[in-house]
Design a protein around this ligand. Structure first.
Ligand SMILES: C[S@@+](CC[C@H](N)C(=O)[O-])C[C@H]1O[C@@H](n2cnc3c(N)ncnc32)[C@H](O)[C@@H]1O
Length: 194
């Protein structure tokens, strides 16, 4: 991290990380891992996506978005982000009601509502185009998905179980290429084949 990630982190991302660390809600561990972010940044530069869905730009809590908003504005990219204050699943269902949205997104990032990852996957497989990429965060869930059930402790609950099931289901999904990269808390990169 000290050699490869932090020295190359864009100033605005560092500011965003600092703002999140100082936030009033004690939620800084929720911030995307800088190592995983560096990898996604490379992926996005290779893809040059035009339309993306970021499930945390659809967020039930506007205050979390507002923590990052000054940094987003400073970076001059506010016009590229449409924040939607809502549960994410109904928003995806709404998008799917419009036929033109099917297969129209290049990239999606999912980092919310872990118990519903498979429900997001089924919807995103319709919204993201063939060849498009979906990244799921936290698919190692602190390593608990691979831990001895007797020792997983506080992370051995419902999210661990649903993440184990999600990892098995996506590994068995013939519609996608996948790679679970052990960066941060684990990110599953998934490419729609058909
Ligand atoms: C892990 S945080 C996202 C962190 C973000 N990726 C970042 O790097 O700062 C998860 C977010 O999901 C939101 N969230 C939780 N359940 C949700 C749901 N059902 N629909 C939409 N957003 C939800 C929370 O309010 C929280 O802001």
């Amino acid at each position: 991290m000290e050699t490869t990630v932090y020295p190359r982190e864009p100033q605005v991302l560092k500011e965003l990380r600092d703002a999140t660390a100082k936030d009033h809600f004690g939620r800084s561990p929720m911030a995307a891992d800088p190592h995983a972010s560096q990898f996604m940044s490379m992926l996005l530069k290779m893809m040059n996506p035009k339309r993306t869905i970021e499930i945390t730009a659809i967020d039930t809590n506007r205050e979390f978005y507002e923590i990052g908003l000054p940094v987003i504005q400073k970076a001059g990219i506010g016009h590229k982000i449409e924040f939607i204050e809502s549960e994410a699943l109904p928003v995806l269902d709404e998008l799917l009601k419009k036929e033109a949205n099917e297969g129209s997104y290049d990239f999606a990032y999912v980092d919310a509502d872990k118990l519903n990852y498979w429900n997001y996957h089924e919807r995103l497989m319709k919204l993201v185009k063939v060849g498009g990429i979906i990244v799921y965060d936290n698919t190692l869930w602190g390593g608990s998905v691979a831990a001895d059930p007797a020792t997983v402790g506080h992370r051995g609950g419902a999210v661990t179980q649903s993440t184990i099931q999600f990892n098995k289901s996506i590994a068995a999904d013939p519609r996608v290429d996948i790679s679970l990269a052990p960066l941060g808390d684990g990110i599953t990169v998934c490419r729609r084949i058909y």
